[in-house]
Design a protein around this ligand. Sequence first.
Ligand SMILES: C[S@@+](CC[C@H](N)C(=O)[O-])C[C@H]1O[C@@H](n2cnc3c(N)ncnc32)[C@H](O)[C@@H]1O
Length: 390
Amino acid sequence: MDEYKIKSIEEGLTKIEFPEFDKISSDAPVFYNPNMELNRDLSILAIQVFQKQEQREINICDLFGGSGIRGVRYKNEIDGVRNVCINDISEIANHYERHNIELNNLDDIEVFQHDASMFLRMKRGEFDVIDIDPFGTPSPFLDSAGYCSRRNSLLCVTATDTSALCGTYKEPCIRKYNAKPYKSEYCHETGIRILSGFVALTLSKYAKCIEVKMSHSTEHYMRLYLYVKKGSKRTDESLKNIGYISHCKNCLHRQTSMGLAGPIEYVCPVCGEKLIHAGPLWLGDIQNEEFIQKMIDETENKKINREKQALKLLNSCLKEAKAPATFYDVHKICKSLKASAPKLDLIFEELRKEGFIAIKTHYNPLGIKTDATIKDIENIILKLCETENI
Ligand SMILES: C[S@@+](CC[C@H](N)C(=O)[O-])C[C@H]1O[C@@H](n2cnc3c(N)ncnc32)[C@H](O)[C@@H]1O
């Protein structure tokens, strides 16, 4: 290990060292991505909220340890953590995980070198929190997570294969998530819903169901925080949240249909064109107001370098908790109307004046989450163009 030049970094209250590399890539001797600091900060807030809600000491599994930054930060920065297990298939990663545990003078962290699925199965039922942060898709590991997770536990899932989930190519999404994507203006939300739906369907095999407490799509990744509950009746009920989003490419109308095999319309009720379907996916809540508010409150107690960014995202997700599924992109609507775009705030104001919900979204700064129809929004835009003389 002496062959490497060592880099030292600090995140939160934790210091980490690992071999220096030129480019962030899975080829680095030990993987560390500084752009994921926000992801780790939010994880600390979410796990702390979970720990306080459960009012007990918790055991955490950092399933894909890399440099160990997650597991080490979790033990160092979250109250009420009894034990952390850091696992990674790579021997060099294990070496630096041990080194970083020592560097931060921590006890009650163990390091393991196993394939992630094997490790979960060896430790079935031992963890209150399982953090899945792999390269690319979490899909191959979700069966083991479903089989091994405890009732009333927290499952944290990262996916970096956003192009599959967003539908840049549909085959990888069908292969990995058994769902058809659609690359619309709200494809990142569809991706979050496909990922959540896939986790829900995978866990249901083990009579376990999910509640999505917080989710976001940021830069190159998507992240879910899920409460796992147990019981066949409860799971049957929860699967009623699986359904489809149908989209009209011609007029931008969209609608949802609940049920894995429920009736689904093929013709757009607004313009008569063919509807395109995405799913199966999760149509239940993807943000939980109470949980996110507690995450916001928890920022007071933690040292988070990216606090401003974390709070901006959390406040946006908090508001989105009350919003309907999907959103409209103002520029896309204006393009189809061949009209110039009025000021975004004016459109929000007008929608609210007319009694509609109008909420911004973290997915897109030009997005509007609303219960207004495409025709309602178009009329508002055209009216504003006239009164604003644009
Ligand atoms: C994205 S990195 C983890 C990053 C880390 N969680 C962080 O926040 O910095 C993925 C890690 O998974 C490890 N890995 C790859 N395949 C694995 C498998 N099948 N089982 C366990 N670990 C695996 C790699 O060695 C790599 O360190």
